[in-house]
Design a protein around this ligand. Structure first.
Ligand code: GDP
Ligand code: MG
Length: 177
């Protein structure tokens, strides 16, 4: 009986970045398989989860999502950043200011995350909006290299990027297991 004695390990992944970059859509795409057409502005903290079978091991990724526009209230900060296993920093490739906010977000995580040095990746979202790009991939790559984070560019909206979104989360899952 394969399921007997099979323990599911749970990993908490937080998604961080400015408001409107597509954090909710990305986590929804990964956990629900669909593109969320009308994401409501996330109020407070919310999480979605998806269980994966990796090399016969059962792994549950809990993707925590939050409102980005307001810097968190103190009580929320602690809760959100506690016992984190990995962090996904998201910017919007069509919004330069969301990219320029990244160092601040990365620094804030360094201050609050417990533990602070978990696997981290950078995701440039909304690549489907080809004509409106404001952040060249080369510039994003330089920032990613300076922090030693892997960089992925994708789209939560484009159905042909669905597997790529999965692959991004899978990359993290393999690092965690
Ligand atoms: P959040 O505030 O970071 O959680 O961002 P949301 O997930 O709520 O998305 C903000 C807006 O961007 C919504 O109108 C989404 O429909 C839109 N959006 C999210 N991801 C994409 C994407 O990959 N491409 C395009 N074109 N729009 C997206
Ligand atoms: Mg959101």
């Amino acid at each position: 009986l394969e399921s007997e004695g099979l323990q599911t390990r749970i990993f908490k992944i937080i998604v961080i970045g400015d408001s409107n970059v597509g954090k909710t859509c990305l986590s929804y795409r990964f956990c629900g398989g669909k593109f969320l057409k009308n994401p409501e502005a996330t109020i407070g903290v919310d999480f979605r989860e998806r269980t994966l079978q990796l090399d016969g091991e059962s792994i549950k990724l809990q993707i925590w999502d939050t409102a980005g526009q307001e810097r968190f209230r103190k009580s929320m900060v602690e809760h959100y950043y506690r016992n984190v296993h990995a962090i996904i920093f998201v910017y919007d490739v069509t919004n330069l200011s969301s990219f320029e906010s990244l160092p601040e977000w990365i620094e804030e995580c360094g201050r609050h995350c417990v533990p602070p040095m978990v696997p981290r990746i950078l995701v440039g979202n909304k690549c489907d909006l080809r004509g409106s790009r404001e952040v060249p991939a080369s510039r994003a790559q330089r920032l990613a290299d300076s922090y030693n984070f892997p960089l992925f560019e994708t789209s939560a909206k484009d159905p042909s990027e669905k597997e790529h979104v999965d692959a991004i989360f899978l990359t993290l899952a393999y690092k965690l297991k």
